[in-house]
Design a protein around this ligand. Structure first.
Ligand SMILES: C[S@@+](CC[C@H](N)C(=O)[O-])C[C@H]1O[C@@H](n2cnc3c(N)ncnc32)[C@H](O)[C@@H]1O
Length: 261
């Protein structure tokens, strides 16, 4: 349940970023499941958040992304090597850049797997993942839980996006329940039965509303001429939030799939 913190307007601005930070405990648990701790691979690294998280537990992290701009903006770390891997890169080249076959102890895919060409990715992952003691984990987060009042407005908004969503978006909305994941169960979420988790976060009203600006289902609907985030729904959110200076403890629903060869 959301609690309220009595913060000033300036402090509330610090809670504008709707993107959550993955709990450090997830990295600890995953690291406890791999036999060795030499190399981790963060695929679709974006700003490098998961790469930095696993760097605590592995001697070296290779973090890759098809988007060169993301790589340029990712946070530097002495243990993390960022590599731009355009889709034009051959599989052999990618495997070599990752250190060769049977070389990766942990593969992490944070909020990215639904974008991938899965058959291509899985064949590469199966080559580079250590056959003994290697683990692959992927997670996705979707619903943002604030208060029952705010969440019921959000549910209506989410439902209104259904006609505009792509198949890729639906994989994420379904919490990876329908995503193929051909790895052996290690009881941290498996194909058809992802593990439900929570990501706690703090958010200001401005941060919450700002989240919708780049929210893909709304962007897609807008591209098709439909503005779903109407002034009236924004007002409903504002009213349901209460004092706009209040920063709330919110929670994202997340789902994990993890396995071994
Ligand atoms: C939503 S972001 C997630 C970034 C980061 N992992 C995080 O959790 O904050 C998805 C990322 O996947 C990258 N991506 C999409 N398709 C990819 C692919 N086939 N191989 C590698 N990265 C890919 C995108 O460029 C983007 O940076």
């Amino acid at each position: 349940m959301a609690q309220m913190a009595a913060l000033t307007e300036t402090q509330a601005k610090e809670y504008m970023n709707a993107r959550p930070k993955y709990p450090t405990q997830w990295y600890r648990v995953l690291a406890s499941r791999t036999t060795d701790h030499k190399v981790a691979w963060d695929v679709g690294t974006g700003n490098g958040q998961a790469a930095l998280g696993v760097a605590e537990y592995y001697q070296k992290v290779v973090a890759t992304d098809i988007n060169e701009k993301q790589i340029a903006l990712a946070k530097p770390h002495s243990k993390v090597t960022y590599i731009h891997t355009p889709t034009s890169m051959s599989d052999d080249d990618l495997v070599a850049k990752l250190g060769g076959e049977n070389s990766i102890d942990l593969i992490v895919v944070a909020q990215s797997l639904h974008y991938f060409d899965l058959s291509r990715f899985y064949s590469i992952a199966k080559l580079v993942l250590r056959k003994q003691g290697g683990v692959i984990a992927a997670w996705v987060y979707n619903d943002l839980m604030v208060t029952p009042k705010v969440d019921s407005i959000m549910k209506r908004l989410v439902d209104s996006t259904i006609p505009y969503r792509t198949a890729t978006m639906n994989l994420a909305f379904d919490g990876y329940k329908k995503l193929e994941f051909p790895f052996k169960d290690i009881r941290l979420g498996t194909q058809g039965r992802p593990k439900a988790l929570n990501i706690p976060h703090k958010l200001s009203l401005d941060g919450y509303l700002g989240f919708f600006k780049s929210w893909q289902p709304l962007v897609k609907a807008k591209e098709q001429g439909q503005e779903l985030l109407t002034p009236s729904i924004i007002n409903e959110f504002k009213e349901a939030w209460g004092d706009h200076k209040q920063v709330k403890d919110v929670s994202y629903k997340a789902y994990m799939l993890a396995g071994k060869l």
